[in-house]
Design a protein around this ligand. Sequence first.
Ligand code: SF4
Length: 421
Amino acid sequence: MTEPTKDNTFCFYPFYALVFKLYENQDLKAVAPCCMMHDTWKPNIDQVNSVLSKEELEGLNPYEIFYHEKFKELRKNLLNNVRDSNCATCWKQEDKGILSHRMYSKWLFEDEFNTDLREVDVSISNKCNLACRMCNVGSSHQLWEDVDKLEKSNKLRLFEKASNHSLRSHNLPQDVKNNYLIQWIYHNTDKIKILKASGGEPLYDKNILDLLRKFVKDGNSKSTELAFHTNAILITDEIIELFNEFKLQRHTFSIDGVDETYEYIRHKADFSILEQNIKNWFKKSNNIHIVNINFVLSALNIGNIIDFLEWIALMFFEKIRCNIFISEVRPEGRGIDIKNLPIEYLKSVQTQILEFKEFKIKKYDFHYEIDKLLSLIDHAIQNNICNLKKLYNEIVLLDGTRNQSYKNYLDFSLIKILENV
Ligand code: SF4
């Protein structure tokens, strides 16, 4: 079986997966085989990368999408060392020397590798319990509160400039519970072997929970794996019971730091509740296969990363296999991008990470994306912008709407840097 390597363009996702996350009203306006494809835009067109256009998607069911000529062409390209332009997210990362998303793709099924739709990854609304600093209204409706306050104080344009227009995303997943694609999944639970969901916060959305109950009712949950991208704040006993009805769980928890750093970034979350919830979930679940943690690297948490890695070890070491994935904050170059930090600060964090790598990593035996982390910091040093004003503006403008001060949350060295702006 072909495997993704640096010397080829192969990727498994287009052979078994579809992602439905971007809508216009009730209609899907983009489709991808992985959640990363939509992170980059088509050159010269105001549209994210998508295998089919909104017009081409009209009226097609998931099978028709999956076997569409354009998907066939994508598969052909990826098998033949052609860098398909839709996969620019991966090529850009690889050109930076970073292990791209495709490198982690795998054939996850027991039978022989073939082309067969088995996984769907859905977002069906922007409803969320949190208002994270790097997020946008397309993924959390709670951020409208910040938009309103910034607008009323005439600071919205300033914030948009500082954050590279991050707040008001164009990709607004509306409440699409009656969308025909979601309905298709609802009526074809036997066909879905891996159900992925993100949001918004999938556990905040009653429609996602109804979809899970339908899998149970149809008797298909025991042959379906669950892979939710969740902030883990809403995992109750009732939800654990529902999760236990499925074949296995391999969720990804979004955790971008520990203690105050976490609470500052993940606004409205409480770190002790997160900890309790994860422990409770761990104790009462009977089908956890693996735990993935996604850490969105930004100027706000880079100084907290060693504490974060130690905390992960404390939570999961010798209990379960744990993968820690590091993502870049988007859009590139926004105020809180690590490229806006001074080189000396980046180098001091880099030294701490190298020490951690040397003395702790082997002991913990987790999959840490430490090399990716180091290459992202290296990239930020090589392409340093050090626009401290932009960093400061993005931080304090949001502090203003939230009645907060970064001085109560961030690491001491970063506070010092910000105080001198
Ligand atoms: S190559 Fe990258 S962008 Fe393309 S489908 Fe694979 S993971 Fe997604």
